[in-house]
Design a protein. Structure first.
Length: 167
C-alpha cells in the first residue's frame, strides 16, 4: 500500500481520466439526457485535501473547462465557473463541520450540497424555457443522483475519511 500522497495523486489521476472519458463519451454516458458532473466530484476531493487558494482556482478552472468542452449554449458561459467557485468556497468554510460527520449524515450533507449546486445551476440555465418545477424533477434531481452515485462509488475505492482530513 502506498503513502497517503501517492493515494491522493492516484485518485486525482483517475478522476482526471474519468473527466476526459466523459468528454469523449459524453453521448454514451448520458441517461435520458442526464449527464454526471465528474468535475464536481473532483472538486469535493480537492476541497477535502488541498489548500483553499488551490481549491478556488481549480473550481473556476473546472467550470471554465466544463463550459468549453461540454455541449451547452455559449450564452451561459461563466455559469459553471461561478457556481463551482461558490460551491468550493462553501465546502472550504464548512470543512470543520463536515469533518465531524459520519455515516448517513455525511452522505446527506454531500448530497444536499450537490443538489443545491444543480438546483441553482439548472434554474438559471433553463430559466425562460422550462418551468422551475419541471427543472427540479427533470434535471436537478436526476443529475444530483447520477453524480452522487458516482461519488459514492469512487469514495468506496478512494475513501475520504477522518485520517485523510476529508469530506
Amino acid at each position: 500500500m502506498g503513502t497517503r500522497t501517492e493515494n491522493f495523486r492516484l485518485s486525482y489521476i483517475v478522476l482526471s481520466l474519468l473527466f476526459v472519458l466523459s468528454i469523449i463519451l459524453n453521448n454514451f454516458i448520458g441517461i435520458a439526457g442526464i449527464h454526471p458532473d465528474i468535475l464536481l466530484i473532483l472538486l469535493f476531493y480537492l476541497a477535502a485535501r488541498e489548500k483553499p487558494y488551490i481549491v478556488l482556482v481549480a473550481a473556476f478552472a473546472f467550470g471554465f473547462l466544463q463550459d468549453i468542452f461540454l455541449p451547452g449554449n455559449i450564452q451561459y458561459w461563466g455559469l459553471s465557473p461561478l457556481f463551482k467557485t461558490l460551491l468550493a468556497y462553501a465546502l472550504l468554510k464548512l470543512r470543520p463541520f463536515i469533518l465531524r460527520l459520519k455515516g448517513f449524515t455525511h452522505f446527506a450533507v454531500v448530497f444536499g450540497m450537490m443538489f443545491l449546486y444543480f438546483v441553482f445551476y439548472d434554474l438559471l440555465y433553463y430559466s425562460g424555457y422550462i418551468s422551475p418545477v419541471a427543472v427540479l424533477y427533470r434535471y436537478a434531481f436526476p443529475e444530483t443522483a447520477y453524480t452522487f452515485l458516482l461519488f459514492t462509488a469512487f469514495q468506496c475505492i478512494f475513501p475520504l475519511g477522518k485520517k485523510d482530513k476529508g469530506l
